[in-house]
Design a protein around this ligand. Structure first.
Ligand SMILES: CC(C)(COP(=O)(O)OP(=O)(O)OC[C@H]1O[C@@H](n2cnc3c(N)ncnc32)[C@H](O)[C@@H]1OP(=O)(O)O)[C@@H](O)C(=O)NCCC(=O)NCCS
Length: 119
């Protein structure tokens, strides 16, 4: 489990939580478990930046341990804004729907970095 916290003038303005799923395997499956930006600062690109920078550092850590990130998973509600956000930030696409999970249908999105890099 890894948290990144973005601060402005020492105060937290955003955070992201990544977890590694299924134990520590050579081919790691990581989940973007939570992300939030302070309400008055949303829509300014902070969320995208936080996803990209934290993933870059996470990938470096995984690579240093002789492994690789095989799959990135994120789940979200079915709002189009959320799907666009994760497609842009991760290249993730919807692969499954879970009905009636939290506040309704939850979508499962996956990105496969190696396939993206080759494609
Ligand atoms: C989701 C969130 C982290 C995005 O951070 P941000 O700094 O506002 O994002 P950016 O400025 O980089 O990108 C804005 C995009 O996020 C999209 N977005 C809106 N609500 C969203 C949501 N609930 N989940 C993901 N993306 C969302 C917007 O539609 C916008 O896309 P657009 O420019 O195509 O309209 C922020 O809106 C937030 O904290 N929301 C409340 C918590 C939350 O919903 N977390 C995610 C759970 S899935």
């Amino acid at each position: 489990m890894r948290y990144w916290i973005a601060r402005r003038r020492g105060l937290p303005i955003a955070y992201i939580l990544w977890i590694e799923k299924g134990g520590f395997r050579p081919d790691a499956v990581v989940e973007l478990e939570q992300i939030a930006v302070a309400p008055d600062l949303r829509g300014k690109g902070i969320g995208q930046l936080l996803v990209r920078q934290s993933l870059r550092e996470l990938r470096q850590e995984v690579t240093r341990s002789g492994r690789r990130i095989k799959v990135i998973e994120v789940t979200t509600g079915s709002e189009q804004g959320a799907i666009r956000f994760y497609r842009r930030a991760l290249g993730a696409t919807v692969v499954a729907k879970i009905p009636d999970l939290f506040r309704g249908t939850e979508l499962v999105l996956l990105a496969r970095p190696r396939i993206r890099a080759r494609g």
